[in-house]
Design a protein around this ligand. Structure first.
Ligand code: AMP
Ligand code: MG
Length: 401
């Protein structure tokens, strides 16, 4: 599936709007950061040689504040200038003594602490030098990156756009309208869930509504979606039922490209995939069972969409946890993805417990899970066994506060 997805064409974005995007070309700095040597403290700029022996009484020759142009004040032998944090270091000075270690009176200042050359001075270019490659291509831009871009004066970046993903549900039993459920119907939860998940993963999601279990309607909906979007997600209609038509339609539309799979995982067994249309738009036919739909998205669609968006790390953070309860299972040839809560135990070890029922229709336990625990085929795991977890919600591991 990854092999049939392509990275999206990079575009220029305003740096201030680039949060979460991946750089398609490196960013270089035009100038030095800091742009001039300046003080890291409020205090006195002086010559370190004058304060080798303290206390030392220096003649106060001026004041420099942040925003003053460099060179307005010169510090000579036996002299000091009052200086504020961020103000340019006066010519002649080579160190700053914190105001806390000084006493000022009648045009003189008493320095009570010896300071070595360079103390509390932030040299020009100390963080970034002119011409430096600040960020390499492939960097995912977080909030500090946006701050750095602003600091170096980069107003635009070349980045991969967010994939635009259309989402539709299939099933004659689905209801989206509010109010009482008609007999035999269920509310469509996959579409809102997938739309929300896409947005929380930084993709652009479009709601394409519900399509009936009708081959012609499905074929039209998928063909149209493949003209507009970078990828399409459907749910339902990929299993063994008489009305499971998504797999049939994808085979008609995709031909050789189409595949229909029984994946050896639980939940999330059936899956259909194909590229559709002249643009080769990937269509992920996710299963209908609510947990299977979202877990299949995790396993197959999310990594592919992240690839299209330029990411190199495609999966979730992987950690190891200790089983806080036994995670028993039957041997069935499948990898079980168990919805778990994680927490730190008394020994500060990461521990995992089931977040609730594990049926593929038991959606609430997915909402209450922090991670998926990978329980390999066999009899399962005992209390105290190690288990690999894919972290869905890093917030669950947050520091107190
Ligand atoms: P299917 O694979 O289409 O046979 O669907 C499998 C199960 O998932 C059935 O119980 C469906 O009613 C249910 N289902 C399918 N699509 C949705 C949806 N969008 N929201 C909630 N449940 C669904
Ligand atoms: Mg169905």
């Amino acid at each position: 599936m990854l092999a049939s997805c392509r990275r999206l064409e990079p575009r220029e974005f305003p740096a201030a709007r680039a949060l979460g995007l991946v750089l398609a070309s490196p960013v270089r700095s035009a100038g030095d950061i800091p742009p001039f040597a300046n003080s890291a403290m409020d205090g006195y700029a002086l010559r370190s040689a004058d304060v080798a022996g303290v206390p030392s009484k220096l003649h106060e020759v001026g004041v420099v504040v942040a925003g003053d142009p460099p060179g307005t004040v010169v510090v000579g032998e036996g002299e000091a200038a009052r200086i504020m944090t961020g103000a340019p270091l006066p010519a002649g000075a080579d160190a700053v003594c914190m105001v806390e270690h000084t006493r000022s009176e009648d045009g003189w200042v008493m320095i009570e602490e010896a300071v070595a050359r360079g103390t509390h001075v932030r040299p020009q270019g100390d963080d970034i030098r002119a011409g430096d490659e600040v960020f390499v291509a492939g960097t995912c831009l977080g909030a500090p990156h946006v701050a750095v871009l602003a600091a170096v004066g980069a107003t635009k970046v070349l980045a991969y756009p967010r994939p635009r993903v259309g989402v539709l549900s299939t099933g004659d039993e689905l209801v989206s309208a509010p109010g009482p459920l008609p007999p035999g119907k269920v509310r469509d939860s996959n579409r809102p869930g997938l739309l929300a998940q896409l947005r929380s993963d930084g993709f652009e999601a479009a709601d394409l509504g519900t399509v009936a279990d009708d081959a012609r309607a499905l074929s039209r909906a998928l063909t149209e979606a493949a003209e507009v979007f970078d990828a399409v997600l459907t749910s339902g209609g990929v299993s063994m039922g008489d009305r499971d038509l998504v797999k049939v339609v994808l085979e008609q539309l995709g031909g050789e490209q189409a595949c229909w799979l029984q994946v050896a995982v639980k939940p999330a067994k059936p899956l259909a995939f194909s590229t559709v249309g002249p643009r080769g738009v990937p269509v992920f036919g996710l299963p209908g069972n609510p947990v299977s739909a979202l877990v299949s998205y995790e396993l197959f669609a999310r990594p592919a969409l992240r690839y299209m968006a330029g990411h190199t790390r495609l999966g979730r953070p992987v950690l190891r946890a200790v089983c806080d309860e036994a995670l028993r299972r039957q041997k069935d040839g499948k990898l079980h993805l168990v919805r778990v809560r994680v927490f730190y135990g008394e020994g500060r070890d990461l521990r995992a417990r089931r977040s609730g029922g594990q049926g593929s229709h038991q959606l609430r336990s997915l909402a209450q899970a922090d991670a998926l625990a990978l329980v390999p085929d066999g009899e399962g795991l005992d209390v105290g066994d190690q288990v690999e977890i894919w972290v869905l919600d890093l917030g669950a591991l947050a520091a107190a506060g």
